[in-house]
Design a protein around this ligand. Sequence first.
Ligand code: ZN
Length: 450
Amino acid sequence: MSMIDEAVQQADQTAAVLAQPGALSKLGDLFASCFPAASARLVADQRTWQVAGAAAQDSLTAAGVPQAEPFVLPGEPELYARYENVELVRQALAGGDAVAVAIGSGTLNDLVKRASDELGRRYAVVATAASMDGYTAFGASISRDGYKQTLDCPAPLLAVADYDIMAQAPSVMNASGYGDLLGKVVAGADWILADALGVEPIDATVWSLVQASLRSALSDPAGVKAGQAAAVAELSEGLVMSGLAMQAYHGSRPASGSEHLFAHLWEMEGLGVDLKPRRLSHGFKVGLGSIAMAALYELVLELDWSQIDPAAAARRWPSWSQRAALIETKFASSDLTVAALAQSQAKYVDAGAVEARLADLIAQWPALRQRLADQLLPAAELQTRLRTVGAPASPGDIGLTWAALRDTYSRAQLIRSRYTVLDLLAEAAELEPLADRLFEADGFWGRQRG
Ligand SMILES: [Zn+2]
């Protein structure tokens, strides 16, 4: 049994994933077995239709699956995942009872995923690029009332990833997927930390779905950029595994840590949303967040934790009302402030718990430090790989000022209840000093700033 088949058995929303060269030719048979007696409606945009529309139609026809008229959205301007487009897709699908088959990547998949769920239907997806890990994940990243958020909805019942098609996708799209997958290096370190401190134990089965093949999936950024079949296949497989791991875990912890908090904050604030010809992708933000967090982790690993006094840190730890007052000053948007208050309160612990957690960390630091060091890669290495794959690798590349990047270190921790190294550092009163050091003349970012 393949690695992906084993992962599908752990997942509870997706019934079948076929990921291999030529997989699209099997779409019809798979659809017929996943959705017996249903008709299909292909949903694509003009670009993805050109890439895979006819082959998808042929495969469905050959398997005897009745088809409604395809729904093809414009290719230009680039489709955006805003809620109005969910409504557009839903209204189109509501005209019949066919099961939607999304042909596309991030945005198109998210629109069809959410629209189908609003109609009480499951759906299928044909992946056209290795651009993110959402093909096999639940939830849709949608902008609503000007605020990017993850809307609830189940993963597809059937996912088809044809590596021949994905290898021919624009290289910036596969570079985005590389950035998203690179984030799993940092996310793994954050989970190790949360596990060691008793915040969120590691589920060993789920952990291995993401981490066991991660190093090999990330091993050939030059091959991904060149569209080499083997490199894109490994990357695609890593992304599919990541989505299935989230399903198996019923949460995003296996695939998302502090690096995603950086990306989510930039996403929610609309960074790069107007870039032409392509919007700043999720994976590009995650990639830069991964460099940023790997650099911070290097300082964490160098820190002499035996010099940290848990009792003194506990005395400096703010009450919830002090913390809430600080959060009120951090975000321009009131929606974000409200969300950050709720998320931060969910993980707020009192001074006694902070003291105990730091004492626990110090007691197990040598062994924990080794686990973290084994998991992580140097920030400079991540930066080189992202440049090689053709992804942004410094703040200027994504239109972020040095000051805004520095500020993200202080704010990212506030927007989600997930416990990461950012929380540990905040509790130890080390977050601001260490983040400042990164921007000093000899710090990781300071050296690049010149
Ligand atoms: Zn992601």
